[in-house]
Design a protein around this ligand. Sequence first.
Ligand SMILES: [Zn+2]
Length: 436
Amino acid sequence: MNIRYWNRELETIDRSSLEKYQLENLKETVSWALKTPFYKKRLGEAGISSSDDIKKLSDIKKIPFTTKDDLRSAYPYGLLALPKEEVVRLHASSGTTGTPTVIYHSQRDLDRWTELVSRSVTMIGCGKGDVFQNMMTYGLFTGGIGLHYGAEKAGLLVIPVSSGNTKRQFKFMKDFQTTFVHATPSYMLHLYSKIEEEGFKLSDFNLKKSMGGAEPHSEDMRKKIESLFNIDMYNNYGLSEMNGPCVATECVYKDDMHIWEDSFYLEMINPDTLEESGEGESGELVISTLRRQATPLLRYRTRDLSVINPQPCRCGRTHRRISRIKGRTDDMLIINGVNVFPSQIEEIIMKMPEIGTNYLIAIEKSGALDKLTVKTEVGPDIFSDDARDLNALRHRIKDNIKAAISISPNVELHEPGVLPVHEGKAKRVIDDRKND
Ligand SMILES: [Zn+2]
């Protein structure tokens, strides 16, 4: 494999130089933050009135956490550190559930984001000669436009097709011989299930790689997508508050994601006690921007759960790695008193080859208890089999889930195409208990 590197020097920088660089940038970020009404007050209350109050990296602990609610309360301009005329773009959350959150970018901020994306795309071995079909939604959501400019900078031929319209996706994949796609894992599974129906064959395509993100997914789901398409799939982590995609990305070894520590300062906390998590312990990622001027964020609580992997990576990059996101603190379901992450159920489903590519988790009240139902699609041939086989499969799914989460679910098997289809982020959980 021909791997091209971008800004290799910064990627393999030794840890002590990296920390020096982080401290300089943290001080600068604090001075930018103090220009915003929100942080002027918040940092002032914590006794920080200038970047001189940060003398070493661990001084970051003097700074209070920033939360999503803080971003909402600062809407629209409370977190803007530059005069408005120096801002060239904003991204906002859709705001369907209340006040949106907004992140502003100067041209320099965009250039730096582009550089990180370019580095990430190059890290997985893409470059000149690759045809990149970007299947993420373009618009306020950062998945589409976020990858776009970085991929161009890395020399790829970019097709900004955006999400949806499966037939056109296939036509372009065939006609332009697309080698690389960016799509949610659930959309990749959906695509696969539609190839024949839309009149194509896998051999029409020249797909080599995909980058997946925007929704947590299990290692087994990755393996399933890789074997269905016969490609390499790389995990990517991002969030709109930290620009968008490519905050952390896997290298070719696919063994946890390198977080770009020259741009993001990483901490890990126990979400209940807010104490720092120990090495190798699971916790909530807390990230500070180190190079973004228009909207600096300090100690932002991402609500994403992961583990830091401090081991040196075979690729030689010194930026530490984080494990795939295990879930979000607010995704965790409590079912009859037991903590369950939807990803635990997905892991089991994806390990069973008889099960199709779509599933749904439903929870409702049944008297005083919670009732968990797992609905999955199975291949059409299984439905033509003996009803006893179907029943046996249903019991196997039930037993496997019970063994993993100690809750015995109802299992419903459906024919392909019955469960709702997702073209963006998948909605896999329907919790009806709150409506009671
Ligand atoms: Zn690596």
